[in-house]
Design a protein around this ligand. Structure first.
Ligand SMILES: [Zn+2]
Length: 83
């Protein structure tokens, strides 16, 4: 698991489209897993949540392995990009 903390890291993951991105949201108590190329892995949301709000309301994490994220972190899969 890698915390995504910079715009450079986020753009690299989006450009490569490899692996999975877990987005956590504290106010809604959600932990949702997306493929890196899912449209819900969105730059503006990332920027607001991680850069502007400094992860106060949740964060972005990158995983190479889908099952690892689902099993160990009890994440739910996004219905848009689940395959
Ligand atoms: Zn998704």
């Amino acid at each position: 698991m890698v915390r995504i903390l910079s715009v450079e890291d986020f753009e690299k993951i989006k450009n490569e489209g490899v692996g999975y991105v877990l987005i956590t949201d504290k106010p809604n108590s959600t932990r949702r897993l997306h493929r890196a190329d899912c449209p819900h892995v969105d730059y503006n949301n990332f920027y607001q949540k991680v850069i502007v709000n400094k992860e106060d309301n949740g964060g972005y994490y990158w995983f190479k392995d889908r099952l690892h994220a689902l099993n160990e972190l009890n994440a739910e899969e996004c219905l848009v990009c689940k395959r």
